[in-house]
Write a protein that binds this ligand. Structure first.
Ligand SMILES: O=C(O)CCC(=O)C(=O)O
Length: 388
């Protein structure tokens, strides 16, 4: 288990909202487990993804792919996440880690380690990220002695963790990405989310997209999806919640939904219920969010998303994940190299797997060998994230 001591407090809870939260979690879990959107990745003899998976993902806007990552891969991830936390700045704004060494990401220009005040909601109801988190979440009282900030997110994670890079090159996950977004799919961004026990902050309800809501060709897949691979699993207390089917309704009025609910407990939402090694796939257009983690269980999510090429090619965007720019062929090609490096990094560690063949780089595999030179080349790669 990554070394995250519990805040020293007898109980950390939602105060006057605790009873309602407990009920909401139980009922949400029951609703989640009744849905027909979980199970192992299945392909037929011709390599086509089981249409039942595509169909359930399309109806609900998320799917829990069970048992994707095996114990050896989870052990690699655990080691790397522990290392990320060990190398993180000793506190927000520090330039050294807890051992006095230069902190992780200190020499990077791109955003990397991101912090949150314990149990807080830093963005709900603000204009941040194009105002896409319009309603404030309940902020439980932090435990006595809590640090002023805790690490919540590490962006550009593929440059800091080979284990995360190898998950990014997972052949079955890339085949699923191809089935959903086409063989010329492109990256979005990558991150490690860490919801610390009794301290982790919330992520207010939102839909991720901001560019294409009024586009005449908008459909349920326009703004892409995120994989959310679980190191330890997740539940109603520490995990992400999703409103099933909300990826199909266009831009939702989240403010009105929260008002109608009378609290941040949206009545139709369900939590991702995952075991270690399960990988959820979540449509970025679905309404989703997560509550402050008052539980004793840490959640570590390895996040990585993919787009349809036509959703990003020659689109001018940015301002959230990267600078505002036009995503031309060159920009996308540079960013997509991470997929090619990931496939090779994975081949080196899991030699008995059939590597995924990424069509945009077919025949160029020798250009993308994962080695020290490549590691240096991907520094700050996330300056070219494809945020839409
Ligand atoms: O994992 C979480 O708590 C938040 C993730 C999220 O909102 C996202 O990936 O868009």
């Amino acid at each position: 288990m990554v070394n995250l001591p519990l805040a020293e407090a007898p109980v950390v809870d939602y105060g006057e909202d605790e009873a309602a939260m407990v009920r909401y979690r139980v009922e949400g879990t029951e609703r989640a487990l009744m849905l027909d959107n979980r199970g192992p990745i299945r392909f037929d003899a011709d390599g086509n993804l089981d249409p039942a998976i595509l169909d359930a993902y399309s109806r609900h806007g998320f799917y829990v792919l069970t048992g994707v990552l095996q114990p050896d891969e989870l052990a690699d991830l655990e080691r790397d996440v522990a290392d990320l936390l060990d190398r993180a700045p000793v506190t927000k704004g520090a330039t050294v880690d807890r051992h006095g060494r230069p902190a992780l990401g200190r020499d990077c220009t791109g955003r990397n380690v991101s912090w949150v005040k314990p149990l807080s909601d830093p963005i709900g109801g603000t204009d941040a990220a194009h105002g896409r988190h319009p309603a404030k979440m309940i902020e439980p009282r932090p435990p006595d002695g809590a640090p002023p900030y805790v690490v919540q997110l590490v962006l550009g994670s593929l440059q800091f963790s080979d284990a995360c890079l190898r998950v990014y090159g997972h052949p079955d996950l890339l085949r699923v990405a191809e089935a959903i977004n086409g063989p010329d799919f492109t990256p979005f961004n990558e991150a490690v989310w860490i919801k610390q026990p009794r301290l982790g902050g919330s992520v207010a309800w939102h839909q991720d997209g901001w560019t294409h809501w009024d586009h005449p060709d908008l459909d349920e897949g326009t703004h892409g999806f995120n994989y959310m691979a679980q190191l330890y699993g997740c539940d109603a207390a520490n995990g992400l919640w999703v409103v099933p089917g909300s990826h199909r309704i266009g831009r939702a009025d989240i403010t009105a939904m929260v008002k109608a609910a009378g609290s941040d407990r949206l009545p139709d939402a369900v939590p991702l219920i995952c075991g270690p090694g399960d990988v959820a796939i979540t449509n970025r257009q679905a309404i989703h969010g997560s509550f402050a983690n008052t539980s004793d269980d840490v959640r570590v999510t390895i996040n990585f998303g993919f787009h349809r090429r036509r959703s990003v090619l020659n689109v001018t965007s940015g301002g959230v994940h990267s600078a505002i720019t036009t995503y031309d062929e060159h920009y996308i090609e540079e960013r997509s190299k991470l997929i090619a490096y990931a496939i090779d990094a994975r081949r080196q560690r899991f030699g008995d797997e059939e590597p995924y063949r990424y069509q945009p780089f077919a025949g160029r595999e020798d250009e993308f060998r994962w080695n020290d030179e490549a590691r240096a080349a991907i520094k700050d790669y996330n300056l070219r994230d494809l945020g839409i």
